[in-house]
Ligand binder design. Structure first.
Ligand code: SF4
Length: 265
């Protein structure tokens, strides 16, 4: 069975489980224990509390309701869930209230659906009020990597290197393994169509990476290339939003390092 082959591949060591059924996710987590590094929960927040407790895994809860976040804020904090807001984000307060509750907000999958001005306002607030104590993703991961000199790139943040990452939906085993149906992920990489006939899972991306110097020459002289690796132009015409965010994050390094030094003094 293909799924078993994929997961037996020692190179694939980062499984992202996606689903809305806590029992299925718990079963798969124990079945593939050691490889499951992230759980993306798309069900009701209340049901997320049935997920097995494990401090080693990142649990992202996708929530369509601000009311639920407020109602369960203490339990969300206790379980250290990250909240990925799915409701409309029109102003910075729609995001910042999550941080003000002491909860990690994760905007990774919303970046391109939120206005640039709103995101820049969030970034203006973030270093002044919760520098690295209450993470706001993906900004926290990027800032931390920059401050600590840790290697990171946007493809990795999205868990999109197919030779390392594997996305598995909780009901997928019944319908044919290895295919992710959730639009959130399909939109990013056309996951279903990415595999070449000869089974080389890297093929599509290799082609894209090879085309960058010819098709995206601006990347070759971009100061964010080491972090972006042309992610922001993959199947897009313009990378202005990501570029503005990365510029702003770069500007904030000095400010945040200063705050962190003051905190540890
Ligand atoms: S920010 Fe834009 S120009 Fe810079 S590396 Fe990314 S895609 Fe290329």
């Amino acid at each position: 069975m293909k799924l078993v082959n994929d997961l037996e591949n020692p190179m694939i060591n980062h499984v992202v489980l996606i689903g809305k059924n806590a029992n299925n996710l718990n079963r798969l987590t124990s079945e593939y224990s050691g490889k499951v590094k992230e759980i993306h929960f798309h069900g009701n927040i209340e049901d997320a509390f049935s997920l097995a407790i494990d401090s080693q895994k990142k649990i992202k809860v996708f929530s369509g309701s601000k009311e639920d976040i407020l109602k369960y804020s203490e339990r969300i904090k206790e379980r250290k869930f990250s909240i990925c807001p799915e409701y409309p984000i029109k102003k910075s307060e729609d995001i910042l209230f999550i941080s003000s509750l002491g909860i990690t907000a994760d905007l990774l999958y919303r970046i391109e659906s939120v206005k640039k001005q709103v995101l820049l306002e969030v970034l203006e607030y973030y270093p002044r009020h919760s520098p690295l104590n209450i993470p706001m993703e993906p900004f926290h991961a990027i800032l931390t990597a920059k401050i600590k000199g840790v290697k990171l790139n946007l493809w990795g943040l999205y868990a999109m290197f197919p030779a390392i990452h594997f996305h598995l939906e909780d009901d997928e085993l019944l319908e044919g393994p290895g295919k992710v149906k959730n639009d959130l992920y399909l939109a990013l990489l056309e996951w279903k169509n990415r595999q070449s006939k000869n089974g080389n899972r890297l093929n599509g991306l290799q082609k894209y990476f090879e085309s960058i110097p010819r098709d995206n020459p601006s990347c070759m002289v971009c100061e964010h290339f080491h972090l972006c690796f042309s992610w922001a132009l993959y199947k897009r015409d313009c990378c202005g939003l990501w570029k503005a965010l990365l510029d702003r994050l770069q500007e904030q390094i000095g400010k945040i390092s200063h705050i962190l030094n003051a905190q540890s003094a």
